[in-house]
Design a binder for this molecule. Structure first.
Ligand code: PRP
Ligand code: URA
Length: 212
């Protein structure tokens, strides 16, 4: 993935440890949900290194000092439904003032093409740093379409956070949207004939919501 400057693999022993937990088919819904959230927090720490900041003046018990703080209201999170929802609280734990939009897309199981069914984005999103979340980047169709929808609303600074990515998905989004920074925690081997990531973790939405 060295050919794509906008792709960042957030490799860390703690991230690898948590990935092993969610890949395990014996991990139950409760733990799966918790660990997806924790992974989103860890990934947010790294992927918001350039978060907008501002200087404020505060009083310590001893003197007055100028300090740097995160700019309130500068961030929006947009999960791709359903599975992207599982990452939202993990990011909100670091950026509690972030606004949250929702984009509903599901993959047609035969064609693997994304179908849009919902879009509600916060007012003023065009002036914010937008983090799109989805645990799985498979063919890349869903993420690429979601980013296009957000760009149509006038957003200029968009990032994508996916826990597990296939090479096909990274290529698609990196080429469709070279201006979008893509953060993944691992690049898996390939897609199978049904569009599932290998080794992957199965269906992320079903595992987060316990639907199968
Ligand atoms: C999964 C996943 C992504 C999409 C990835 O969602 O959460 O949104 O597939 O596939 P792609 O990169 O090939 O587009 P799914 O369509 O299963 O919907 P769900 O989250 O409601 O289960
Ligand atoms: N969506 C998932 O939930 N899992 C995959 O492996 C691919 C797409």
């Amino acid at each position: 993935m060295k050919e794509y400057k906008n792709v960042h693999i957030l490799d860390h022993p703690l991230i690898r440890h948590k990935l092993a937990i969610i890949r395990d088919k014996n991990t139950n819904t409760k733990q799966f949900r918790e660990v997806v959230e924790e992974l989103a927090t860890l990934m947010a720490y790294e992927s918001f290194k350039d978060v907008p900041t501002q200087e404020i003046v505060i009083e310590t018990p001893l003197e007055t000092t100028k300090q740097t703080v995160v700019k309130e209201n500068s961030i929006a999170i947009v999960p791709i439904l359903r599975a992207g929802l599982g990452m939202v609280n993990g990011i909100l734990s670091l950026f509690p003032a972030a606004k949250v939009g929702h984009i509903g897309l599901y993959r047609n199981e035969e064609t693997l093409e994304p179908q849009e069914y919902y879009c509600k984005l916060p007012t003023g999103i065009e002036d914010k740093v937008v983090m799109v979340t989805d645990p799985m980047l498979a063919t890349g169709g869903s993420a690429s379409d979601a980013i296009t929808m957000i760009k149509k609303r006038g957003c200029k600074k968009i990032k994508l956070m996916c826990i597990i990515a296939a090479p096909e998905g990274v290529k698609k989004v990196a080429e469709d949207h070279p201006d979008v920074e893509i953060f993944i925690s691992t690049l898996d081997r390939q897609l199978n004939e049904k569009g599932y990531i290998l080794p992957g973790l199965g269906d992320a939405g079903d595992r987060i919501f316990g639907t199968k």
